[in-house]
Every structure is written in C-alpha cells, then in structure tokens.
Ligand binder design. Structure first.
Ligand code: TYD
Ligand code: MG
Length: 459
C-alpha cells in the first residue's frame, strides 16, 4: 500500500523536513527546501510476514567475472582503477563546459570503434549536435548507439531492445525524469529515483553506467549528495577554464584507489591525454625568478612537478589581502603565522598572493616547504636556487617533517633535469644522483635566503 504525502527536501543536501523552511539546517543553504510529493510505502505486517530467504556466501566467492573493459583512454582507465567494471555505476561531476560530454563521447566512440556496443543518451543536446561534435572529434564513423531522450521509462524500454551496451552514458542525470513521480526533473526525488533505476539496470544487464551530474556553484554534485552514496565510483572533472588542462580525479572508487588523477589537455579536436604531466606545470627555462619554487608532488602513484608562485607586496591597508589559487587558504594563513612566530619573518604589512601554476589544485601537505620557499623568496627577492625542487610538511613549531615516496619524487625531478633537492632531514633515500640538502627547521630555509651568497655554494 502506498500513499502520497508532501515532504520538503533540501535540493542541495537531500535533508528532508515535515514543514517548509527558508534555510536548510543541515547544509545551511538558503531557499533550497522545496516541497515534493513522495509516495510512502507502508509495509504491512513487516514484523510477522515472511520474506524471501537470502543466501549467505563466503568472502572468497567466485570473482572471476571481475574483468574490466577498457575505454582505450589511458588516463580515464587509470582513474577508474584499470577500466570499467561491468555492472557498476559511475557518477561524473564538473563545472559546465569543462568537457564532461566531450570526454564521454570520446570514450564511447573509441570503445565502439573497437567493437564494443556503447550507448550515449543525452537529455541536453539533440542528436544532430552530438553528431557534429563527433565528427569534430574524428569519431563520426564510430558505431555508437546515440539517442536524445529524457523519459526514464522510454530509456529503460529502449535499452531492452538494443544489444546490451558495455558502456552506457546518461548525460545528464538531472535531465532524466520518471513519469510516475510528480516532482520536476532535477529535484532530489527525481534524481534519486532515476539513478536508482539506472543503477539497477547496470547490475542486471552488466553494463557500466556513467551518470553525468551537474555541480552547484560551490562545486558539489548538484542536489543529491545522496547520489554519491548510491554509485560505485565518483569522479570529478576539474580545471580552470582559462587553462586548457583538465584533471579527472576519483573521489570515491569501490574498485580502485581514489588518489589517482588523469590529466587531459583540451584542444580543438577534443581532449588529448597528457602522459607526462610534470613538464606542463613547470617553466621550461633555466633562469630562476624570485617568488617561484618547484614542488615535487605525488598524485596517487604518479609523481608530478608543479611550480608554486608567490607574490608578497607592501600595502598600507589595515587588513592586507591574502589570495590563493590552487591551494588551501587556511594552510597559507598557517604558513604565514609559522614564518612570523618561529622565523621572525613578518608579512603583516604585506599583501600575499599564492598561485599554483597551470590551474592545478594541490591537497598534499608535502607542498608546505615549496610554498614557504616561494614566500621567503618573494619577500627577500632572492630566487630559489636554480634547478632545485622542494618537498616536506611543516609543523606548527616550524619543524620540517618527512613525507612519503621520496624516491619517486627525486627520480621524477632528476628525469626533468633538476639537480638539487631541498628535503626534510631524515628522509629515506635509496640512491639519487641529485644534490640533497636536508633541512630540519623552517629557520634553516630562511637563513639560506638571507645569506648573500647563493645557497648552492653554502651547502
Ligand atoms: P562539454 O563537453 O560540452 O562540457 P560539459 O559537458 O562538461 O558541459 O565541453 C564543451 C567545451 O569544450 C566548450 O567550451 C568547447 C570546448 N571544446 C573544445 O575546445 N574542443 C573540442 O573539440 C570540443 C568538442 C569542445
Ligand atoms: Mg555536457
């Protein structure tokens, strides 16, 4: 038995209320609570009625069907943990215009060209528009099953008629609607119901289903965070629209690691894979400038060299500006406080700007040392030593802590022609051709910059 009741749901986080209210108490969003009619199933005699018996199995149940289907886009396969697992669901989010549709069209196109049946259903673009894009991408001949549709019922019915796709793309989940629900497409109830049905289809048919999700202005997948719980894998496609680089990042993956990234470059013929991203994020010159340092970072299993730029400028304003692109602003505030309290280096009368080159976003604490070096270099107007890289985490007392994967970082730096590494004391190094400068405390970095002779001669 089911009865329809009105329920008020926050379109941002999915929290439900009995009454309308102007602000969601859970996520703090204003005007996001919307009334939706939902069907409440009233289970009859739940405690006494008999259900179907479930079969319990052991953990070592046959896993041989865990084959993976490759998208033939190596960067995408890497982020997925080695390709698509049949029967799973993947949610991909990202700002509008970042290239989600392009990436997925390239994936279905390539797979179809290799003979795998693939279906691409768009609720946003007409088939003609998609075909035009496909011809631009050089995929006009790919035998993709292409359709433009919005009704979930039509989509599921049609999927049963065609050969089961190895990959099914729904672009986007917000445009699909179930006609048995009274709420509008894109609302939490609709998105949840449609996603549930498509995930069920994936499990039943063995297709991998990709759902494209819109993101809200603060960067979360729109409406339903609930979707993130339902799917097996959540990917974010990010990047700065002013730059051509795009990063595909896994934030949840039931079948692989979540710290892998895929790097792409948007060109006029679609997204191209970037196999060696380090060379993209550093300048290709020998000349060192003050305020710039090179951080030897890790993204998942892959080392990635990135240039960090800082600008410290004097100001007469009472509250000087601090602006950060690509790094955590709280971490910058902490770094400035540590430099002030532990190294007597005051930034109080200065505006501070910090930028990670190439539109990349860094989350690793190991970047602290490179950031500190860029800041000190900018305020002292002395360049960081030529051909040097830095990494290390900085603690509140100014101590520099060792970080993992030292060898991989050093190897990548050496490969790209760097000769000096400024790293935490006590790092375990197997063997490296690079000149290693071990530092124990942030004050040592500061003293390196305040000496008149270049650092390379000091050590
Ligand atoms: P799109 O895939 O439509 O973004 P999303 O689905 O995430 O909203 O990307 C569209 C953008 O990509 C658009 O601004 C144009 C650009 N683009 C290229 O630069 N080159 C190309 O070959 C294609 C197809 C798109
Ligand atoms: Mg799109």
């Amino acid at each position: 038995m089911a009865r329809a009741v009105e329920q008020f749901t926050c379109q941002s986080c999915g929290e439900t209320y009995r009454k309308w209210q102007g602000r969601c108490e859970t996520c703090g969003e204003w005007n996001s609570v919307v009334g939706e009619a939902v069907e409440v199933a009233v289970p009859k005699g739940m405690s006494t009625g008999k259900g179907r018996e479930i079969i319990f199995t052991a953990l070592d149940t046959d896993t041989t069907d865990h084959v993976r289907n490759l998208s033939h886009i190596a960067e995408l396969d890497r982020v997925l943990g080695g390709g698509f697992v049949p029967g799973t669901s993947i949610l991909i989010g990202g700002d509008p215009g970042i290239g989600k549709s392009t990436l997925l069209l390239q994936a279905v196109g390539k797979m179809a060209l290799k003979g795998a049946p693939c279906t691409y259903i768009s609720g946003e673009e007409a088939t003609k528009q998609i075909s035009l894009r496909a011809s631009r991408l050089g995929l006009a001949n790919a035998p993709v099953q292409l359709a433009s549709a919005n009704s979930l019922r039509d989509i599921i019915t049609s999927l049963e008629k065609v050969s089961t796709p190895q990959l099914l793309v729904i672009d986007s989940i917000q445009t699909v609607f179930a006609d048995n629900l009274p709420s509008a497409p894109g609302t939490v109830a609709q998105v949840r119901a449609c996603a549930q049905e498509l995930i069920r289809y994936a499990r039943k048919s063995g297709s991998a289903v990709i759902l494209v999700g819109h993101v809200t202005k603060d960067g979360q997948i729109a409406g339903p965070r609930v979707l993130e719980h339902m799917v097996d894998t959540v990917l974010y496609f990010e990047g700065d629209r002013g730059h051509q680089f795009r990063i595909l990042r896994a934030v949840k993956n039931r079948f692989g690691a979540t710290d892998e990234i895929g790097v792409f470059e948007m060109t006029d013929t679609g997204l191209q894979e970037v196999a060696n991203p380090s060379s993209l994020f550093i300048r290709d010159t020998d000349k060192s400038l003050s305020g710039a340092s090179v951080f030897a970072g890790m993204e998942g299993t892959r080392p990635l060299l990135v240039e960090i730029q800082a600008l410290v400028a004097a100001t007469s304003q009472g509250t000087p500006r601090r602006a950060v692109v690509g790094w955590d602003s709280n971490r910058l505030a902490m770094m400035l406080a540590v430099l002030d309290a532990r190294c007597d280096l005051s930034f109080t009368a200065c505006e501070v700007y910090l930028n990670v080159a190439g539109g990349l976003r860094i989350n690793e604490p190991a970047a602290d040392l490179a950031v500190a070096a860029a800041l000190i270099s900018s305020i002292s107007d002395i360049p960081v030593p030529e051909k040097s890289i830095l990494f290390g985490e900085i603690g509140l007392s100014g101590e520099i802590r060792a970080v993992g994967q030292t060898d991989a970082r050093l190897k990548e730096a050496a490969k790209l022609g760097f000769t000096t590494a400024i790293i935490p004391a006590g790092s375990k190094i197997k063997d490296s051709k690079m000149k290693i400068i071990e530092v124990d405390h942030l004050a040592e970095i500061v003293s390196l910059f305040t000496q008149s002779t270049p650092i390379t001669q000091v050590v």
